[in-house]
Design a protein around this ligand. Structure first.
Ligand code: ATP
Ligand code: MG
Length: 273
């Protein structure tokens, strides 16, 4: 049905099969989400506030438990093996690293100390070469010797990404790396993400509300609404999709003004079916 990219012929590194997530034993938030991430490239997950994007990432990384959430149905396969219900640190050891929303760096530690934290799951002290690699992608970080709390928002995001690199992960999950960054910095951060994915050969599952920026760099994408995947496709399929253009890229339609009748169509179409 879809025009698949070359990499999607390879067996996926990550597969979600029909997962359901419940918070506090009662609140059903994900209603049977299925998706797959090929072993290379960037997969974007788009969707409005509250759609369930972060919940999906936390279900994968095992961080739901900390929020009284649980996967109550379906399975999560990483390299063909189920990781559903594993403790977060075991999932990190398997090779999945999540860059949390809001760049959770440790503010009263230095850049180097924060980077070391990224490598906590690997034995021994990380070699200098690993730090050099991070500074190669983020040269600005090398000059910042004070506490991470004094870094700018963009630098903190770079540090959060650098920390992920230190883990030498097989898969990176990224939650809204564009959040709070100026448009120019969004461009810069996304192109570094893209470069990292290609050069280090690390597939990335990228959650974003900034659909335009995400689709510029993604190979494939999913759209989530109300805890369900409502649309998926290659980057080209998505950027050419009329609904995506209208609701996510803000570029559909030529009419400057819309009547209420149009608004009704809008609402109907927004249900995708
Ligand atoms: N710990 C929690 N306990 C109860 N409900 C939660 C919890 N975390 C999230 N939710 C609810 O689950 C739904 C999905 O939230 P989620 O954070 O996954 O959305 P999101 O797509 O990441 O949104 P955003 O773009 O605003 O970050 C929301 O209705 C939210 O209120
Ligand atoms: Mg979120």
């Amino acid at each position: 049905m879809h025009e698949h990219t070359e990499s999607s012929f390879l067996s996926p590194i990550l597969e979600l099969n029909n997962i359901e997530v419940v918070y506090n034993d009662v609140v059903l938030v994900l209603h049977g989400v299925s998706l797959s991430v090929p072993p290379r490239g960037i997969v974007a997950m788009l969707g409005a506030n509250g759609a369930g994007k972060s919940t999906t990432l936390k279900a994968i990384s095992g961080l739901l438990g900390a929020e009284d959430g649980a996967v109550t149905r379906g399975d999560i396969l990483f390299e063909g093996n189920s990781i559903r219900g594993l403790e977060p640190d075991l999932i990190v050891r398997r090779g999945i690293f999540q860059v949390m929303e809001g760049r959770r760096i440790v503010e009263d530690m230095t850049v180097i100390e924060n980077l070391k934290l990224g490598a906590y799951s690997r034995p021994g002290h990380p070699p200098q070469n690993d730090f050099d690699e991070v500074f190669n992608y983020f040269p600005r970080l090398k000059e910042r010797t004070g506490l991470a709390g004094y870094l700018s928002g963009g630098e903190q995001q770079m540090l959060a990404l650098g920390r992920a690199l230190m883990a030498k992960p097989k898969l990176i999950l990224m939650d809204e790396p564009s959040m709070g960054l100026s448009p120019l910095l969004v461009q810069e951060v996304f192109s570094i993400i893209h470069t990292i994915s290609v050069e280090r050969n690390i597939p990335i599952l990228l959650v974003e509300q900034n659909s335009a920026a995400a689709l510029r760099h993604a190979d494939y994408g999913y759209v989530m609404e109300n805890g369900k995947i409502v649309l998926e496709g290659t980057r080209d399929e998505l950027v050419n999709n009329e609904d995506i253009r209208e609701f996510y890229l803000g570029s559909g339609g030529n009419d400057a003004r819309r009547s209420f009748k149009d608004l009704k169509t809008y609402k109907r179409r927004k249900r995708w079916l």
